[in-house]
Design a protein around this ligand. Sequence first.
Ligand SMILES: [Cu+2]
Length: 299
Amino acid sequence: MNTPFTLRTLAACAALCSTAAMAHVTLPPGGAAAGSDYDAAFRVGHACADAKSTTGIRVQLPEGFTLLQAQPRAGWKLASTPREVSWQAEGPQAALPGSERAEFVVRGKLTDKPGALYFKVLQSCDVGSADWAQLPVAGSSEKQALPAARLDVLAPGVAAVDVRDAWVRQTVPGQSGTGAFMKLTAPAGARLVGASTPAAGIAEVHEMKMEGDIMRMRELKDGLALPPRQTVELKPGGLHVMLMELKQPIAKGSTIPLTLRFEDARGAKSALQVDLAVGAPAGAAAAAAPESHGHMHHN
Ligand SMILES: [Cu+2]
């Protein structure tokens, strides 16, 4: 009975695959620490194909996720068993319009064993349903039409932070400093407290601010707060990781390893290594602010 729907979804994907990729029911990227209490926030960003609204969400909880509490949603009936949680709109007014996004949140305790967990989600709509239940096929890189939501359970010490579009501004010979930029998302929240790279003697987390008509920058000595599930963007003219005492020019075409160090709310430390591309990624705001930090005012 699923086949006609799946085919329709595939056709829709062929027509507008970039939006379809965002339209899946997903968990925020970045993963979560093994053994932690985790708020699984399932993001629903659209209705089923040909439907106007979402009327129900049913999540199957995998082995490795022990239900602690499901978050109620106003106007929706919540039901749960140890292996399944569901929300059902009590009437058409409570249904989630296709144009709106919402999160359905289940708190659970995660397994101590690192690895991927998959949550199968059945989305019911005013018309039809979508069964987000496909698991990856070993050895196949083919994009699935209806993938289950994936959660990466991380080994101790690995930061549960998603890093995107990490890059560093290239330098000319003799230049002693430059800036590195990226988008950081911590599903459970974290604080970026430090950085290091073999390419520079010093790496610091900085912010830039206008003081009167002078652009000043200063080190964030207490680190940079990453609120849960919010993307914090380090970008030219604003927050950046500053690399000083460069050991060689940063040349186009190379990559620079950068280790980011984090702390969670309880002070637990973790780290993540990223590769910085040299030069802004396509589409990034190549803002005018020059990161010729040596000439800037540092406090
Ligand atoms: Cu700086």
